[in-house]
Write a protein that binds this ligand. Structure first.
Ligand code: HEM
Ligand code: NAG
Ligand code: NAG
Ligand code: MG
Length: 260
């Protein structure tokens, strides 16, 4: 029994070119790709099926674990949240093409894709990515710069796209996406990430191994995601909080009713 499991694991590892960066190959004409730069990347490396099809829970857990050292419980939960992408009832897999369905998981104001209203909502678009990058003002990105890029994209969409849609649910996914580069390529402790790693990843849909990146030593957990998402969420707030607010200096007039 144990042997069977072991040999199955090994077979999957070989089939998907586990751990070998040389296995990277861009999508061919019949391969599906989608709006997620990381799912595309994992398919390009062969951690996911290269054709972008048959993303079963087992295949997703394998890819996120072998490629990025995501904790299997976290990867499993992410797949559970994504299976609605396949419109078939009781589906056991989704494809990267399924992820393109607008306002299912794919949404407006992406960092690197145009809104569905304007055309292709899933292929990388350099001009859109450059709009985001205006706000990435240093070689090391922090939550504030990432949040500013996200807000700028929302403002541009809200101003120009008559069908602009962005719900509270979208916001949760969006914050996860904006924080994801810190999780995978950055430093969890300081919640920062080198810009050159993110640029390389978005523009090539390839893990930045040649820039010195390696996957995290410790498995990434749901707790890590929640923490980083929370930090990015706070950074999207356009109100400032007083740095020091000694009681004597607080306003004691009508405005104090607002909770300060
Ligand atoms: C089961 C796993 C995953 C699924 C199903 C998934 C799905 C998606 C989808 C549907 C989008 C498009 C949202 C939009 O319209 O912008 C997206 C965006 C994104 N995803 Fe994933 N994702 C997964 C895992 C990851 C991981 C592990 C990362 C780590 C870096 C990641 C990074 C991103 C980023 C940065 C975006 C934003 C792209 C942009 O705004 O241009 N995703 N993902
Ligand atoms: C889909 O992936 C599963 C592993 O999760 C595998 O057993 C199955 O053979 C695959 N199906 C196709 C059509 O590739
Ligand atoms: C999906 O699963 C539910 C609950 O297990 C079942 O009642 C339903 O018939 C299934 N639908 C299809 C189309 O297989
Ligand atoms: Mg989008």
């Amino acid at each position: 029994m144990k042997l069977t499991i072991l040999s199955t694991t090994l077979a999957v590892g070989v089939a998907y070119g586990q751990g070998s960066n040389s296995g990277w190959e861009p999508a061919g004409p019949d391969d599906f790709r989608g709006p997620c730069p990381m799912m595309n990347t994992l398919a390009n490396h062969g951690f996911l099926p290269h054709d972008g099809r048959n993303i079963t829970k087992a295949n997703a857990v394998h890819a996120l674990s072998a490629g990025l050292n995501f904790d299997p419980a976290l990867a499993s939960l992410m797949w559970d949240q994504a299976i609605i992408a396949n419109p078939e009832p009781n589906a056991t897999f989704f494809t990267l093409d399924n992820l393109n369905r607008h306002n299912v998981l794919e949404h407006d104001a992406s960092l690197s894709r145009v809104d569905a209203f304007f055309g292709n909502n899933h292929a990388f678009d350099q001009a859109t990515f450059d709009e985001t990058r205006v706000w990435w003002t240093g070689p090391v990105l922090d939550a504030n710069m990432l949040a500013n890029g996200k807000l700028a994209r929302q403002l541009a969409s809200k101003a120009k796209n008559p069908e602009y849609t962005f719900t509270a649910n979208t916001e949760q996914f969006s914050l996860g996406e904006v924080g994801a580069p810190i999780i995978v390529f950055g430093d969890l402790e300081s919640a920062t990430v080198e810009k050159n790693l993110i640029d390389f990843f978005f523009e090539n849909e390839r893990l930045p191994v040649e820039l010195g990146w390696t996957k995290k030593e410790n498995p990434v957990t749901l707790e890590d995601i929640m923490r980083i998402t929370g930090i990015v969420g706070e950074a999207t707030n356009l109100l400032t909080t007083p740095k020091e607010a000694p009681a004597a200096r607080r306003r004691r007039d009508l405005h104090s009713g607002r909770g300060l």
